[in-house]
Ligand binder design. Structure first.
Ligand SMILES: [Zn+2]
Length: 271
């Protein structure tokens, strides 16, 4: 039996949380990640399910997530510490057959449990799996310029998307479907989870105004790359705000979409 601590999953999450902390996005206990791991990979480390303890979810997980395994960052844990002690800061859980309980297989060794944003994560997983069965990662973080940009704009998907696309030629190619925007809401609740999941039916990125961003993907790299591109673009937007002479013309955005064969969100650029 292989040691889960040595698995590529724990290594990837440890490395990316360290990277995100170094970006300055995850102050204190900010940010959380959940990674859906297929049972065939779990079995390489755990030939059968032996649970350390059960943790109440506090809501009912979607039917599609029952008996699924997730590697999840812990509540109150600091991203900067994951790489030093993954077994305290991360946990591998299996959602039970009723969708009410998470069975702990590994981790949270100091008695911890999943991030308080786990409802938003699980609801986002369920929403994205309906769009793309290969989706595996939900990532939440607090990138500074993205939060600044959200504070400066109306809470509107089209306006936020357009400002990003007009600021950096990468943007339309990386997220042609655009970005969803939620108004300022109370985090850690089922309500914000449901609102995020609703946006996830259309987008891989959802901005939480005055708080941060959610990104999803088939891999850690995809989720991180989406957020990284938004944050870089938001930085360009915020630094040049009020001084822009050369905004990206609509025809260049349309030309990029044509060149890279991506279908862009309708109604953002005049076609
Ligand atoms: Zn947050």
């Amino acid at each position: 039996m292989k040691n889960f601590l040595e698995s590529c999953f724990v290594k990837e999450v440890s490395e990316i949380t360290n990277n995100m902390y170094r970006q300055g996005w995850d102050e204190r206990n900010g940010g959380n990640i959940s990674y859906l791991i297929d049972e065939e990979y779990v079995r390489e480390y755990f030939p059968k399910d032996v649970f350390l303890r059960d943790i109440e979810l506090g809501f009912t997980a979607d039917e599609s997530l029952k008996n699924k395994y997730f590697l999840v960052t812990g509540t109150g844990k600091y991203f900067k510490n994951v790489i030093k002690d993954p077994e305290s800061n991360l946990g591998l859980v299996k959602i039970d057959n009723n969708g009410h309980v998470a069975h702990l297989l590994w981790g949270y060794k100091d008695g911890g449990k999943m991030t308080s944003e786990f409802p938003a994560h699980l609801m986002s997983h369920a929403a994205r799996l309906k769009v793309n069965q290969k989706n595996r990662v939900v990532m939440h973080t607090h990138p500074t310029y993205t939060i600044c940009m959200g504070a400066c704009l109306p809470t509107d998907d089209v306006i936020f998307t357009r400002k990003l696309w007009k600021s950096n030629t990468e943007a339309v190619v990386v997220f042609p479907e655009g970005i969803g925007v939620l108004p300022c809401m109370i985090c850690g609740t089922n309500e914000i989870g449901e609102a995020t999941a609703k946006k996830m039916e259309e987008y891989r990125l959802v901005s939480w105004t005055n708080h941060g961003i959610y990104g999803v993907g088939e891999t850690i790299d995809e989720a991180f790359g989406l957020i990284e591109t938004v944050e870089k673009t938001a930085q360009i937007y915020m630094i040049s705000l009020g001084h822009v002479v050369n905004e990206i013309p609509d025809e260049v955005i349309l030309g990029l979409a044509k060149l890279w064969i991506v279908k862009i969100k309708p109604g953002v650029i005049d076609e």
